[in-house]
Design a protein around this ligand. Structure first.
Ligand SMILES: O=P(O)(O)OC[C@H]1O[C@H](OP(=O)(O)OP(=O)(O)O)[C@H](O)[C@@H]1O
Ligand SMILES: [Mg+2]
Length: 179
């Protein structure tokens, strides 16, 4: 796997430090709210979500939704599908959607609209990575880890063709791997 890497964009230490800051901000912002539910977007957000919640010093619940649009490509298919829905009823709850990356924004705008229609008390968005140069749908990010340029990145949960999720940093692969 290491041989496939062109360059590391965000190191383990940078991720660790940023997560501490995000956890602290989220803890302050949700301190007086009850029914706090974090909604992780499978599969990409698994590592970010599991590290982030250990920096949030509040009672909280977690649930997951699986949504897929990329398949084995570096371009969104534009067809967003729910593969797994939430187990929790979200009505009246304070939701924080936790994503690994917002790229075209199609996944998140689809998911946001579905969750909004279920009448939660509030919905906010937390994403580790934001690639604003590729945006097709308008998204307001409340908590951001890092803004990145237009690279297809992998690692720390993010895949290319289901591989590389277990790399501990965010990196770009050699061009021949993407061909
Ligand atoms: O803003 P967008 O252009 O919609 O792209 C972002 C979404 O794409 C990826 O998911 P993917 O469909 O690859 O599923 P995965 O999380 O299982 O890898 C990523 O994890 C985000 O959920
Ligand atoms: Mg993917």
């Amino acid at each position: 796997m290491q041989n496939d890497i062109e360059k590391i964009l965000i190191s383990e230490e940078q991720i660790r430090n940023r997560l501490k800051e995000l956890g602290k901000r989220i803890t302050e912002d949700y301190r007086d709210k009850d029914n706090f539910l974090l909604v992780g977007v499978l599969k990409g957000a698994i590592i970010f979500m599991s590290d982030l919640i250990r920096h949030i010093d509040l009672p909280l619940q977690v649930d997951f939704m699986a949504i897929s649009s990329y398949g084995a490509s570096t371009e969104s298919s534009g067809v967003v599908r729910i593969l797994k829905d939430l187990e929790e009823n979200v009505e009246g709850k304070n939701l924080l959607i936790v994503e690994d990356i917002i790229d075209s924004g199609l996944t998140l705008s689809y998911m946001y609209n579905i969750l909004k229609s279920r009448k939660p008390a509030s919905i906010k968005i937390c994403t580790l990575l934001d690639k604003p140069s590729r945006r097709k749908a308008d998204i307001k990010v409340d908590y951001l880890g890092f803004e990145i340029p237009d690279y297809f990145v992998v690692g720390y949960g993010l895949d290319y063709g289901e591989k590389y999720r277990n790399l501990p940093y965010i990196c770009v692969l050699k061009p021949e791997i993407y061909q």
